[in-house]
Design a protein around this ligand. Sequence first.
Ligand SMILES: [Fe+2]
Length: 268
Amino acid sequence: MRIAFIGDIIGRPGRSIIKENLQAIKKEHKIDFVIANYENASHGFGLTAKNAAELFNTGIDVMTGGNHTWDKKEIHGMFDKYELLRPHNYPQEVSGTGCKVYEVEGEKLAVLNLMGHYAMPMADNPFRCASKTIEDLETEGIKNIFIDMHAEATAEKRGLLMMFKKRVSAIVGTHTHVATDDLQIDEGTGYLSDIGLTGCRDNVIGMDAKVPIQRFMTGLPGRFEVPDKCKAVLQIVIFDIVEGKCINAFKIKKFNDGREFVTQAWID
Ligand SMILES: [Fe+2]
């Protein structure tokens, strides 16, 4: 199967560039299943029902979350209506789930969403949660496993790779909004520390630079805003998975001026 992942979609510029390009990318690259991270999709904070419907209409199959999952209160009622996940290491009594199994090309694909520990809200241990969940999936005979590790620290993302390579198909990091240059396949596991944002590629992590600079210069609080107009980028990583193993991976960066950059994964 060929699956694709889009990282943190930031506000309208992120949603628009997906709307403008995703169908064509899916067709050109024969993508079977698309996963995307929604946690900043509605004006940079959380996800509204209206924007969820809009994003699923572009051809996304399931969306993952993170620390901003809860920013729009209506999310609690949306897990039953849409294919939305939240980090699996939130306690069980919290609404939603962070792991679901989908049928893709006649095979089962598990999508697992985790949230890191460093500089993140209180939640259960993501590594212990991953260990238990992956074990359960293996017991069920599920070989194709994709993980979105929503974390600040690259070390936590690398740690997850070292713990679970060979056993999961792909691990991609989200949350920092800044892409890392380490797309690789390590013993059958596709890996990228952070895919980077889909939204404004100028400004500061997808947000208007004015407030962050004011915060840096004065220490005073201010609310981040998504710019109305900007230079946008769509970042999508594509994995070919056979019998649970990643055999090929590449990343496309598509700019809203039409330019496109492709990076191929190295294989170890
Ligand atoms: Fe986040």
